[in-house]
Design a protein around this ligand. Structure first.
Ligand SMILES: Nc1ncnc2c1ncn2[C@@H]1O[C@H](COP(=O)(O)OP(=O)(O)OP(=O)(O)O)[C@@H](O)[C@H]1O
Ligand SMILES: [Mg+2]
Length: 366
């Protein structure tokens, strides 16, 4: 703003520029005008008596005459009025106020302002003018609002997911419960049928079916201890399942698990491994225990960084010469072949130096 404009002269006449206490009105106006903010001087009745040139620019006011002498609060939207009146009253009391408020420019552009309302004292120490300085903070406010909206959306999504997860947990627990009940019911039914059959071969077959389903139930039980994870700690799973098999069978299963506690295996691989272990241990007891108490040695160990070796050996008569698991028609060998393919395992069937059967599966950790 030019220090010689009509409104400056009017200001000078009213003594408003003494606010700087410099006695240099031109200098005082220059300082106010240089501020990048919108600076207004407001009299004690709340009327605008001065607006800096940058302020007119920011507010898109072309002629100060259109606002000069108007109540400052009337330049704002009604919702800001109360805040402004309070700020003016506080300034009259000699205190300063800061707030953030929305006010469109004279041409209607939406703008947010950080406003400071400060009392201006005359040389006698009385408040005789009020200085309002508004800084355009639209970009900051918009960015903050966008962040707040994003945070709120995120919080809403997290809450929704939490609810869904909680519902899923309840559902999983319910499914787990039902599966266990179904297993128990089928096993009970098969055992009942096995007892009722007079044909020993049929009785044995049905009892075998019951025991395989019991194995499935055991694998399920080990797997669903942590239903949320698609991986499980291998060592705990394998030793749990083998202890379980040992209890259910002869109590002569010796397990050696040489796998780091933290090693994880996918649920799919663990299911396959569980079935393989159950079939091999079952076979060892069935075929090695014909003449004496069967001892089954199960070793599960890591080989290098990424492979595992499962070995199941017994103290029985061993496998016949030229034994080919794929050529056998027993269900056990078929289960072994399906699951060892699923594990992508190299399968070897040999005899131990002592003559017992030994099955080894070498497979990648997945
Ligand atoms: N540990 C073992 N010791 C000796 N022979 C074995 C051993 N495991 C398997 N065999 C031989 O391999 C054959 C095939 O085994 P497989 O498990 O497929 O059938 P099964 O055990 O006879 O019957 P099931 O269908 O009930 O398993 C067995 O009949 C047995 O001759
Ligand atoms: Mg078998």
């Amino acid at each position: 703003m030019n220090a010689t404009s009509a409104s400056d002269k009017e200001m000078l006449a009213r003594g408003a520029l003494d606010i700087m206490g410099s006695g240099l009105p031109g200098f005082a106006l220059g300082v106010l005008g240089a501020s990048p903010d919108c600076i207004k001087l407001i009299d004690l009745e709340g009327r605008v008596s001065f607006m800096s040139e940058n302020g007119m620019c920011a507010m898109e006011i072309e002629d100060f005459g259109t606002v000069a002498g108007l109540r400052w609060t009337n330049l704002w939207p009604p919702e800001a009025k109360e805040t402004l009146e309070t700020a003016l009253a506080t300034a009259r009391e000699g205190e300063r106020t800061e707030f953030e408020a929305f006010c469109p420019t004279a041409k209607g552009k939406p703008r947010w302002w950080a406003v400071t309302v400060t009392p201006v004292h005359n040389p006698l120490g009385e408040v005789h003018l009020i200085l309002a300085s508004s800084r355009d903070v639209t970009e900051t406010v918009n960015a903050r609002r966008m962040l707040e909206e994003q945070a709120a959306t995120l919080a809403r999504e997290v809450a929704e997911k939490d609810t869904a997860l909680a519902r899923q947990k309840v559902l999983l627990a319910e499914i787990d419960h039902r599966v266990k009940n179904s297993f128990a019911a089928v096993i009970g039914l098969l055992n009942l049928q096995a007892r009722n059959h007079t044909d020993p071969a049929l009785r044995e077959a049905v009892a075998q079916a019951a025991s395989r389903i019991a194995t499935l139930a055991r694998v399920h039980d080990q797997l669903y201890r942590d239903p949320e994870s698609d991986h499980l700690p291998l060592a705990a799973f394998a030793s749990g399942l083998l202890a379980d098999l040992d209890r259910a069978l002869t109590g002569t299963v010796r397990a050696e698990i040489l796998v780091p506690k933290e090693l994880l295996l996918s649920v799919n691989a663990a299911t396959a491994l569980g079935q393989v272990m159950a079939e091999l241990v079952g076979n060892a007891i069935k075929h090695a225990g014909r003449e004496h108490l069967p001892i089954v040695e199960v070793t599960l160990a890591t080989v290098g960084e990424s492979r595992l070796l499962l070995s199941v050996a017994d103290n029985g008569p061993g496998l016949p010469p030229g034994f080919d698991p794929a050529a056998r028609h027993g269900l056990g060998m078929r289960i072994l072949s399906v699951y060892s393919d699923q594990l992508d395992a190299d399968l070897t069937c040999t005899n131990t130096p002592e003559g017992g059967a030994m099955f080894r599966l070498d497979f990648p950790v997945r």
